[in-house]
Each structure stands twice: as C-alpha cells, then as structure tokens.
Design a protein around this ligand. Sequence first.
Ligand SMILES: *Cc1c(COP(=O)(O)O)cnc(C)c1O
Length: 458
Amino acid sequence: MKLPFAESWKIKMVEPITKSTREQREAWIKEAGYNVFQLRADQVYIDCLTDSGTGAMSDRQWAALMMGDESYAGARSFYELRDTIERITGFKYVIPTHQGRAAENVLFSALVHEGDYVPGNSHFDTTKGHIEFRKAFAVDCTIDDAKDTQKELPFKGNVDITKLEKVLEEHKDKIPFIIVTVTNNTAGGQPVSMQNLRDVRALADKYGKRVVLDSARFAENAYFIKTREEGYADKTIKEICKEMFDLADGMTMSAKKDGIVNMGGFIATRWEDWYEAAKAFVIPFEGYLTYGGMNGRDMAALAVGLDENTEFDNLDTRIHQLQLLASLLDEYGIPYQRPIGGHAVFVDALKVLPQIPKEQFPAQTLTIELYKEAGIRGCEIGYILADRDPVTRENRFGGNDFVRLCIPRRVYTDNHIRVIAAALKNVFDRRDEIKKGVEIVWEAELMRHFTVKLKPVE
Ligand SMILES: *Cc1c(COP(=O)(O)O)cnc(C)c1O
C-alpha cells in the first residue's frame, strides 16, 4: 500500500484553543459591530484572518533567538541574515526593516517621485499606497484571465506582457522600476511562471529598466514553478529561487510570510546605487543599517526561517493543506477562485449568496455566518474593502466579492482544515435561508474594513 501524505514536521509545543457556543458567538459578533477585525482573538476557534506573522517557528528558529546578537552596530545576527539572503537570492546589499511595508517605504522614498508610473501585477495594497502617497501611479498589468474565478490556469498571477510594453512605451522616462509580486496575493495567491519573469526581464532590458520582486511569498512561487512548469521538476527550490532572483534587480520582503517569523522584513539588491540611495532613508525611518527595524534575535530567527522555507518538504506540507481544503470545497460544490493559490482560499460570495444585493455586502454576510457557525474567522476581500470612489463617494461594486480564508504556516493540522470545510458546507447548505445582509452604521473614509461598524438589515 502506498503510504499516505503526512506533514514534514512533528509538534513539540502546543497552544490550546477553545470552542464556544453559537449563542456566545452571536453576542460577540454583535458587540464587534459585525466586523471580525473587532473580535478578540480569544473569541475565535480557528483563525484564518491572515497568514502574515501568524506562522509557527521551528525549534531551530527558537534556538536561534537565544543566540541573537543585540549589538547596535555590526551585529553578528545581521551578517548571518545578510549571508543567507545573498546565498538564496544572489543580492549582496541587504537592509533589514520592521516589516514589508517599511521596506517599501524606504526603497520607494529613494526611487519613486511625483508623476512616476510603476507597472506590475496587482500591486499589494500597501505597495500601491506607498506609490500613490508619492503622487505616482501604480499600473496593474495582470493578465485578464486572473479575474475569471472559474478559469483554471497554472500561472494566474502572470504579468500581461502586451499591457506592460504599452506602459513602458507611453511613460518611458517616468518609470523608476517594474514590480512583480510573487505570488500574486491580490489575485488569490496565484503564482508567476519563470517564463513570465524572463519575458518581463527581456522587456525591462529593452527599455533600460530595473525589476523589483515583491517577494513576500517567493518560496511558495518557487514551489509552483517546480510542480507546474516544464523543465523544473528536478530542480531544488533553492535553485529555482536563485533563478527567479537572477531575473530581477532587487526585492522588498515581508518576512512575516515566507520568512516564517512573526515580525520583520528587508530590502535586498544587487545594485550599489540603489543601496546607497536607500541608506539615506533607512536610518531616519527604521534604524541603523545593520538592524533597520529588527532585533538581533529576530534577524537570527529569520535567517533560519528563510533557509527552512526554501526546502521542498516544508512547502509541500503547506501547499498540501491548501489542496486538501480545495478538494473538500470541490466535493461540496462551493465556488472559489480556481485553482487554489499558495496561502488562502477565496470563496466567491456572489455565487454562494446571489440573493443578497451588493448593497448588503454578500461576502461580509458570509464571513459573519461562518464565524457564527463555528468560530472560524475569515476576512472579507470585497466591496467593503474596496472603499468608496474618492470622487463620487459611491461604493465600488465593480470587482470580486470574496471571503478569504488564509492558512497560517505550520499552525493547524489537517483536522482543522476539515473543520473549516465542514463549517463552510453547513453554511452553504442553508444558503437559501440567508435572506438579508448587513448595512453600514459607521465607516472611516479610507481603509474602512478595519473599523467599519455594521448591523443586520431589518
Ligand atoms: C504582506 C505583504 C506586503 C506588506 O508587508 P507587511 O509585512 O504586512 O508590511 C507587501 N506585499 C505583499 C505581496 C504582501 O503580501
């Protein structure tokens, strides 16, 4: 008999989680203004809010914490981190920062100016924010197929090369760099192929531009290249990572994702001029060059995390959990963004609750129902998150309306995954009884989803 698949780790330390009753959850979510961001974590049974900073460190990472060097300047832990990053990426200049958006802040302060254009594939919200804050434009060149939730493509995060060339042609002198996000978070954790990275490189060379990889999930991207792209099956994850970064000039990194630490980030580049320019901003914004925003011990744990998470078995365990979740949703007929990506499932709420008008926020309604059903915290990536149009102040109902369920790294077992799927099925089976959604009682002008107060429609 073929042995079944199992995790590539065993558990040394556990953290109890508690179940609650439906009655308790109904009271708690009401108190939270029907906004899951306002719940206390103790009121959640399985937390799928995000995979950012929520992973479980290994025994080697915890051991590394104890060996951290907290020297203000020139700490040994910095050099360990720098050498690990150089070995994996080939980038020799490294600047630590306190998280991914801080890396963007430092690098973009040096490179992005008013009136610039920064083309890429579905810029992450903080990336877009840091571009627009500088009165520059983030131009989304993702392939159109990424919007079709039912279309199965191996590399649905790809850059549309024709769209990219059009932007390069039109704004030649106003483009500081091209940014490619791996994996493409906004499109559903969808990977970018090596061929696509090669095509982006060729265009960048043609127009004399540099390429930045927004690398939060670069190791998961490498896993998909290995398992889906022709010619990579026999390469190691580390070889594939090196090849990806060989096609770029620099990276920004949220280490809270594929670094498997709870806080941290960095910039890395092969170019001395970029490093020199960024240096001027890291010191006032983050800290001295050899710690940026990080403790010595955190840099030590990150160096180990990067090494571990660029090994196949660790990634294989993680992606298998996502694929288990997808196979259960398939069995139950629950529609989601296909194929499942590297870190989350995006449930298509408009297809689950077509009877709920857009003005009553179907994905938020489904998020609340799932919480009430089993204490599972997902997150609306839909019409509330989309905010209002800045000019007309109308809700933006143009895009998708998803419930995102993120899976933290090395935290939950396959049994938890089965609970998540079963809870969704229970809500799905009684979807016709859900007749009304929610309405907004209070909202902030920008990024309203964090603090919005809602109530059920009477
Ligand atoms: C999380 C994330 C960021 C921002 O990183 P933080 O550590 O949350 O500041 C940037 N880009 C992508 C693709 C991300 O997923």
